[in-house]
Write a protein that binds this ligand. Sequence first.
Ligand SMILES: Cc1cc2nc3c(=O)[nH]c(=O)nc-3n(C[C@H](O)[C@H](O)[C@H](O)COP(=O)(O)OP(=O)(O)OC[C@H]3O[C@@H](n4cnc5c(N)ncnc54)[C@H](O)[C@@H]3O)c2cc1C
Length: 395
Amino acid sequence: MKVDYDVIVVGAGPAGSTAARYAAERGASVLMIEKRQEIGTPVRCGEGIAKRWLDKIGMEPSGRWIANEVDGARVISPGGYMLEVDERHAGNEAGYVVHRDVFDQELAIMAARRGVHVMVKTSATGLVREGGKVCGVVANNMGRVHTFRSHVVIGADGYESQVGRWADIPVELAEADVDTCFQRTLVGIDIDPKFTCFYVGSFAPGGYIWIFPKGKDVANVGIGFQLSKVKEPGDPMRYTDAFIARNPGLAKGQSVRDIAGAVSICAPIERTVADGVMLAGDAARVIDPITGGGVINGCITGKYAGMVAAEGVRKSDVSAAFFKKYEAMWRAEIEEKLFRNWMAKEKLATLTDDMFDRAVKALSEANLTKVGTLELLAALRERDPELVKEFEDLI
Ligand SMILES: Cc1cc2nc3c(=O)[nH]c(=O)nc-3n(C[C@H](O)[C@H](O)[C@H](O)COP(=O)(O)OP(=O)(O)OC[C@H]3O[C@@H](n4cnc5c(N)ncnc54)[C@H](O)[C@@H]3O)c2cc1C
């Protein structure tokens, strides 16, 4: 087949730019299209990421996109009990608070420097098929319709992914597997800039409220609210504002940015590939179901998708069967944790405030050196065996 590019990546978020770069580094000609006019904006993110993983995607920490470095995370229960965890053990969202727009642009710049052709203001509107086989993308660039042909299409088009649906990959989500989010960036507030904070329980039904400090008096204050628990439209904003109003140190601030969005909090989906197509990042539903963090898993899946796409092109095999290699790579690294955290999320969504208080109190008294789901459960079992019965199947 005559092609314009070996690989087309739809979406220039963290997953797309990483996929495009790794495919190009391995010799593929790559087009990355992005529907927005500027990569990374508008930001829809709490902007928290862990520190110790950037080497996995060949990226150096940089003051250009790091707004603040934190020492750890605090989990606070409705009754005010607090569990403090150092940054190394606090999961995928504690370490750096970043400027997501600049971070995303940096990843796209790295891809472009590897020879990826980047087109912004270019929206994929469908897949090109020949004899039932996917062989490119139809895209609209400022009113002009283009048909780009390729051997492989990588769908890195985020939570609202269309590529998955077009390729008949089941990516639908149940209401209980979606967190609807709202966030204000507050300035002129009193916070501890060295800790990200997570408020659990009835602060945020089925989710949590976060405070991610971007500087000494600036923080993203937001909520992840399980969609199935929303009673009225606007609940996420109302709960955020009620929380801010109850905290005088926050209430005195001004919001300079308000955002709304959604994240998937589902179990790993069964399939992320089809003939000629791979999904990466939010499109592949790899967000952590407990924290709602997806930047790191987006980059990891993007990396593997790019590598396997280039290899498939080289070996003239872009079948779903060959792309199982991609599935195996990302699943080996993150699937078990995603599944365990999804199960834990299901349980957490049923806990009362009193149970959250007991759990956070018990854990804060245990001298934890590691804080994975298993370690937390083991510590809880020792201190509050009755409560931990709720989680027995996870152990
Ligand atoms: C309120 C909120 C707070 C969050 N906070 C955090 C956090 O603190 N830490 C964390 O790790 N994660 C967080 N997340 C999740 C995180 O933002 C995502 O997991 C991450 O952006 C996933 O990267 P991605 O590349 O898969 O998708 P995206 O970043 O969504 O990128 C997809 C790109 O595809 C483009 N696109 C979509 N459709 C098309 C099309 N048809 N044609 C061309 N381009 C298209 C989009 O414009 C977008 O640029 C948060 C999410 C929300 C909503």
